[in-house]
Design a protein around this ligand. Structure first.
Ligand code: C2E
Ligand code: MG
Ligand code: MG
Length: 746
């Protein structure tokens, strides 16, 4: 197969060779010509020169040829006439002496070299050279002149051996038969001409003529060149320049002219105009955001690079501000995209309104806008400008029939301290923006180097986290939950710690968000659940008080379809009864995807596992939803407990939460109790349980086992607490806790 394919290829190749070779040669020549003669002007001049030289050569050859043939003809004519005279004189002569006398008269003629007349036997009887007399005529020219004259009938013949060029020998010989008067038979007339003087004269004339001819040709070539230059070359070169400039700049030739080139030029101009208009329109489209008419991200970056270059030689700062609308997705989803578009257009108008001379504004993404603040001299000006933008966006307005209050966050970065090129500044402004988002609506964060360090730290944590599980670097600490009225230890919250080989003990606030982001959290939760259940079972097996252990689950876990399976399997594997396990979910977690979360919580609850809502009071729970959650406990966030002792105002929120929990029929626990006073207030407010450093810090499993072992009858082992709850006799009094009125009626 391969052989035949190759054969076919060869055959095909052979058949293609002649045409192909021609084409290749042509292409080669064309290419050579194009490199040698790059412009039309050189091509035309070269062509005209070649034509001129060719015409000159042909003329020279032609002139020489004409002259030679004319000389030959003229010489023949003269010789015929001359020999006619001699023939007549010979025919009339009565003696050789008469003929000799005539010949003597010709001796002085420079053109006549030798003239001789012979009798029929060939013996010379008269000559211009007397010493030839009596010699044979054949000695002068051809071996046998009489033979050559046999059939001449008295006409002139050439007497040379062969017909040589006249100029070669410088002489020409002729012979003819003639009657001889003093004898009855025919004689021979022989003439040798000296052509040199004549040839020299003729050649001088010819050369003169040639010089004139060449001069005329050169002048003609020059004139034709100039004419060609004016009517062909110059317009073509102008057209070429015009085309190379792609129509930019004037095409002077075309003005007022209507010849072919002008027509081509005007068509080209129209085509270029159309192309550049289209290109400009496309470039505009590529740089402008269609909805708001602002610059887009690419254009913003280009402007930023330019502003940085400008600021390089000055002391001025360049501020880069990224403004992001808060909860824009919610508005889009709830009020529709038309209202969303109106808000974006309004924001663009506000930015235009606040823009100072020289500032650049752009829409960078969906609900993200960028501002380049130029010509700043102090850092404070950037945050002043940013706050001006935030305030302007925050003014309430109406859109699509709705009264709206849109807020925005801003991330700020400044050239040169935060970065020296556009990409770095944009990245840092993004980082500052995510920090601002974290801080809450309306926040403005100026990028600081520490933010970058924190981001770098996050990256290294992410890398190390992957190894941590495998290398058993996680441990659980347990913090007791205590019944406020009885002092009984009701449970423990399992809190994870990371024993990092280099960083030491890493708190969960540092790595849990990173684990959530990089997806390791599921494995972490699985491990925590398993370890907490195992440990609780172990304590029970040791005969310690039976308590519930609470495990924190993250938002990611709550959305896992197999969370219930994981919990059930762990309980079974560790042999722990579900009543001794509680899951803590934060309030903000359960308020997202409420229907999905309620389903998951109900399934967990049906297993017999308790659900606690952590950090309650910070997540803006909807009371309508709260009623539907199958929760066992609300945990009041410690931020409300820390200022619970600051008079009546500090108690209001804890009191409301406690009453709410009781109204919903669920237990309530206060987090972060740090002293006796807080504990007392909580008891008077009717809180069921408390957790905090005052009641016990989070401690390793072994320490917690000791703590449990010391708690006689399950009551907190510390005397002050036992006294507080009345487990030991009171020294001061034993009255029931007084109720505190927070209604303001007092
Ligand atoms: P959390 O669930 O609200 O846990 C209570 C936090 O408050 C714990 O911090 C605890 O040490 C601290 N705390 C307790 N009493 C006091 C007090 O009196 N004063 C003060 N200032 N703080 C007190 P920790 O252990 O650093 O945990 C922080 C957060 O990390 C936890 O808040 C929880 O949301 C999360 N977390 C801890 N362990 C895990 C875990 O295993 N899985 C998941 N997903 N999250 C966990
Ligand atoms: Mg918790
Ligand atoms: Mg909490």
């Amino acid at each position: 197969m391969r052989l035949s394919a190759r054969a076919a290829e060869t055959k095909h190749g052979e058949s293609a060779v002649p045409g192909g070779a021609m084409r290749r040669a042509q292409a080669f020549l064309q290419a050579r010509l194009n490199t040698l003669l790059p412009t039309v002007r050189i091509k035309v001049v070269a062509l005209l020169c070649a034509v001129g030289v060719a015409i000159g050569l042909v003329s020279v050859v032609f002139v020489l040829h004409v002259y030679e043939s004319q000389i030959a003809g003229r010489v023949s004519e003269r010789v015929v006439a001359f020999t006619d005279i001699l023939a007549r004189a010979s025919a009339d002569a009565s003696s050789p002496e008469e003929v000799n006398t005539l010949l003597r008269a010709f001796r002085t003629l420079p053109a006549l070299s030798v003239v001789a007349i012979a009798d029929p036997s060939g013996k010379i009887f008269a000559s211009t050279m007397p010493d030839l007399k009596g010699r044979s005529i054949n000695d002068l020219g051809w071996r046998d002149i009489s033979m050559r004259l046999v059939e001449s009938n008295g006409k002139l013949v050439r007497a040379q051996v062969r017909d040589t060029e006249l100029s070669e020998k410088g002489s020409a010989e002729f012979a003819r038969r003639a009657d001889v008067g003093f004898s009855d038979s025919k004689g021979i007339i022989y003439v040798r001409l000296n052509l040199l003087p004549m040839l020299e004269l003729v050649q001088a004339t010819a050369w003169g003529l040639l010089v004139w001819l060449v001069a005329v040709i050169i002048v003609a070539v020059l004139v034709v060149s100039l004419v060609m230059q004016r009517i062909v070359v110059a317009p073509i070169e102008a057209l070429r320049g015009f085309a190379e400039r792609r129509g930019s700049g004037p095409f002077a030739y075309a003005e007022g002219s209507n010849d072919d080139i002008a027509v081509i030029a005007s068509r080209l101009t129209e085509a270029y105009d159309a192309t550049s208009n289209n290109a400009e329109r496309l470039a505009d489209l590529a740089q402008i955001d269609g909805l708001t008419g602002l610059n887009n991200r690419a254009q913003f970056r280009t402007h930023l690079t330019r502003e940085i270059e400008r600021a390089q030689n000055t002391d001025h700062l360049v501020g880069v501000m990224i403004l992001n609308l808060d909860s824009f997705k919610v508005i889009n989803d709830s009020l529709g995209h038309d209202v969303g578009d109106l808000i974006l257009q309004r924001t663009a108008d506000i930015l235009r309104g606040c823009q100072r001379n020289g500032d650049v504004i752009a829409r960078l993404g969906a609900d993200e806008f960028g501002v380049i603040l130029t010509g700043l001299s102090v850092l404070e000006e950037t945050s002043d400008s940013a706050n001006r933008f935030i305030r302007a966006v925050g003014v309430p307005f109406r859109a699509g029939g709705h009264e709206l209050h849109q807020t925005a966050c801003v991330g700020l970065t400044v050239y040169p301290q935060d970065g020296r090129d556009a990409d770095v500044l944009l990245k840092n402004a993004d980082l500052a923006l995510s920090r601002a988002k974290h801080e809450g609506s309306g926040a403005c964060v100026l990028y600081r180097h520490e933010l970058h360090l924190r981001a770098m730290e996050r990256n290294s944590i992410e890398r190390d986290l992957r190894a941590a599980l495998a290398q058993r670097q996680f441990v659980l600490y347990y913090q007791p939950k205590v019944d406020i009225l009885t002092g009984e230890i009701k449970g423990a919250e399992a809190l994870i710690r990371w024993m990092h080989p280099e960083r030491g003990l890493v708190p969960p606030d540092l790595f849990i968000p990173v684990a959530e982001r990089c997806g390791i959290i599921s494995d972490v939760t699985r491990w925590v659940m398993d370890e907490a259940c195992r440990q609780n079972r172990a304590w029970q097996d040791m005969g310690l008080a039976k308590i519930g252990v609470a495990v924190n689950v993250s938002a990611v876990d709550l959305r896992r379809a197999d969370l219930t399976d994981l919990v059930a399997n762990t309980l079974v594997a560790r042999g722990l009864s579900p009543q001794y396990l509680e899951l803590e979910v934060t309030e903000s977690m359960v308020m997202r995807d409420v229907d999905v979360v309620i389903g998951t919580l109900r399934r967990l609850r049906s297993l017999g596992v308790g659900i606690g809502i952590d950090d309650f009071g910070t997540g803006y729970s909807s009371l309508a939803y709260l009623k539907r959650f199958p929760v066992k406990r609300l945990k009041i966030d410690r931020s409300f407990i820390s200022d619970i002792a600051d008079g009546r105002s500090g108690m209001i929120i804890p009191k409301v939460i406690i009453d709410l929990a009781h109204a919903l029929g669920v237990e309530v626990l206060a987090e972060g109790v740090e002293d006796m006073e807080q504990l007392e207030i909580l008891r008077t407010l009717g809180c069921d349980e408390a957790q905090g450093y005052f009641l016990g810090r989070p401690m390793p499993a072994g320490e917690f086992a000791e703590f449990l072992a010391q708690s006689e009858g399950g009551i907190h082992p510390r005397t002050d607490i036992r006294t507080f709850v009345g487990a030991v006799p009171r020294l001061i009094g034993d009255e029931a806790p007084a109720r505190i009125d927070v209604s303001g009626a007092a």
